[in-house]
Design a protein around this ligand. Structure first.
Ligand code: SF4
Ligand code: SF4
Length: 438
């Protein structure tokens, strides 16, 4: 077993790419992760977890949850970045929250240069351009309300997979990471051969770069997890000089935290939500016709926003405190945000990915659904997960799809054994007809 997510083909007939993967050697089949996955994308079969590719949204919840460290995010190595002749680091604003606020932004950025990057460009600077574009969108769009932020890639995917009817609500704008990379390549270094690497708190961004949603190609050449370079970066920061490198505004830096985006917009009718379970609750409310008087919904899959990303090192709530203290002590730079002359609009449509559809043929799907409901009613309804499927209903679905059998349920197995034992006893008492005097 490779540990890569299994099954399904993405648009264009290629297999889905996912950053989140399983290390089969570390997985003990404990089933802890199956309960936490927001899209029921994990099954445990033959003692090992498996990820169903078309359902996974790369939220990283299973990385956070696995007590055995068996789930991990595939990201790029620092050595890959350093193999480029000229390499530019574009750090996420959440990187700053991983350091005490007494350490200046300039020294954190200087630390990235100390690791071997030739230049840094802050994603927080590009965030200000996305804020301005979002304000314009809110003022001019006649589409459905609220408009939903698309900065979080896991949010975009959960809408595709679980809430496809909400796709028209998605803000068709590039995320700050992508705008930052385009500014570096198109404005600061046009025509040059350079490598641009995002320093990321988030597994979803790794997938977003390899398999973008809403835009055809990413300008980011690779994604390095904060936790993968944190120790050498700390050492480099300790040696970095106080030379001026940071040009980010406080509003741009605050995009890392919950309500950062809505606060930057400065609009009254907004809702901000973080943590995937809370996000699902709000999307369900929206699907049920609530929130129509809200202009903008900021929804971040990780708890405490990007500071709770699975590739960070600090406790998300401690990191949030550190970022708040840092921002409170900052002045906005006097030089203006560097403009981007290109478009911030999406250039590719987002299509629904309803992974729960039982079959492409509607009639067949309805028959299967009926069978699934019947099978669910025969299961104990405890949702214990011991069968390797997250709920009794999902086991019934797996049976109907042919990927599990009813006796994977220990209660059903016990029932079957009891019936078999009764039949064996009855057989034992049978005598050949010649000896049976009754
Ligand atoms: S939590 Fe999931 S991935 Fe981790 S050991 Fe248990 S079954 Fe395996
Ligand atoms: S990354 Fe999220 S969606 Fe994918 S398997 Fe893990 S918990 Fe489920």
């Amino acid at each position: 077993m490779s540990g890569l997510p299994e099954g399904g083909l993405a648009e264009g007939g290629l297999p889905y790419f996912h950053s989140v993967t399983l290390d089969p050697d570390k997985c003990v089949g404990c089933t802890t992760c199956i309960k936490k996955c927001p899209t029921e994308a994990i099954r445990v079969r033959k003692g090992k977890a498996r990820i169903i590719a078309e359902r996974c949204i790369d939220c990283g919840e299973c990385i956070r949850t696995c007590p055995h460290g068996a789930k991990k995010a595939l990201s790029d190595s620092l050595s890959r970045a350093l193999s480029f002749r000229y390499k530019v680091a574009i750090p996420a604003p959440s990187l700053y929250s991983q350091f005490d606020d007494a350490i200046s932004l300039d020294r954190i950025l200087g630390g990235l240069l100390g690791l071997g990057f030739d230049e840094v460009y802050e994603v927080a600077e590009a965030a200000d351009l996305v804020t301005a574009a979002t304000k314009r969108l809110i003022a001019e769009s006649e589409g459905p309300r609220p408009i939903i932020s698309t900065a979080c890639p896991a949010l975009v995917k959960i809408v595709q997979v679980r809430f496809p009817s909400l796709i028209p609500h998605l803000a068709p704008l590039l995320p700050p990471m992508e705008v930052a990379a385009r500014i570096v390549k198109e404005v600061l270094h046009p025509g040059e051969e350079i490598g641009v690497f995002f320093v990321s708190p988030c597994a979803g961004k790794v997938t977003a770069v390899r398999s973008p949603l809403g835009y055809q190609k990413s300008a980011v050449d690779g994604v390095i997890g904060i936790k993968d370079i944190y120790l050498p970066l700390r050492a480099a920061v300790a040696k970095a000089p106080e030379s001026r490198l940071s040009r980010a505004t406080r509003a741009g830096i605050r995009w890392a935290e919950p309500e950062g985006e809505t606060r930057a917009l400065g609009l009254g009718k907004t809702v901000a939500v973080d943590g995937i379970a809370n996000v699902i609750g709000v999307l369900e409310a929206l699907e049920n016709g609530k929130l129509k008087d809200v202009d903008y919904l900021e929804a971040l899959a990780c708890p405490a926003g990007c500071m709770g990303g699975p590739l960070t090192v600090e406790n998300p709530y401690i990191a949030r405190g550190k970022l708040s203290q840092r921002v409170a002590g900052l002045q906005d730079p006097t030089d203006a945000t560097r403009p981007y002359p290109g478009s911030l609009d999406w250039d590719a449509p987002i299509k629904p990915r309803p992974s729960r559809l039982l079959d492409g043929d509607m009639l067949k799907a309805m028959i299967m659904l009926e069978e699934m409901e019947h099978r669910t009613s025969l299961l104990p309804g405890l949702d214990c997960g011991a069968c390797g499927s997250p709920t009794c209903q999902s086991l019934a679905e797996d049976v109907v799809r042919g990927t599990a059998v009813e006796t994977d349920c220990i209660f059903k197995l016990r029932e079957t054994v009891r019936v078999l034992a009764g039949q064996l006893l009855a057989l034992e008492e049978l005598k050949p007809p010649g000896l049976d005097k009754d």
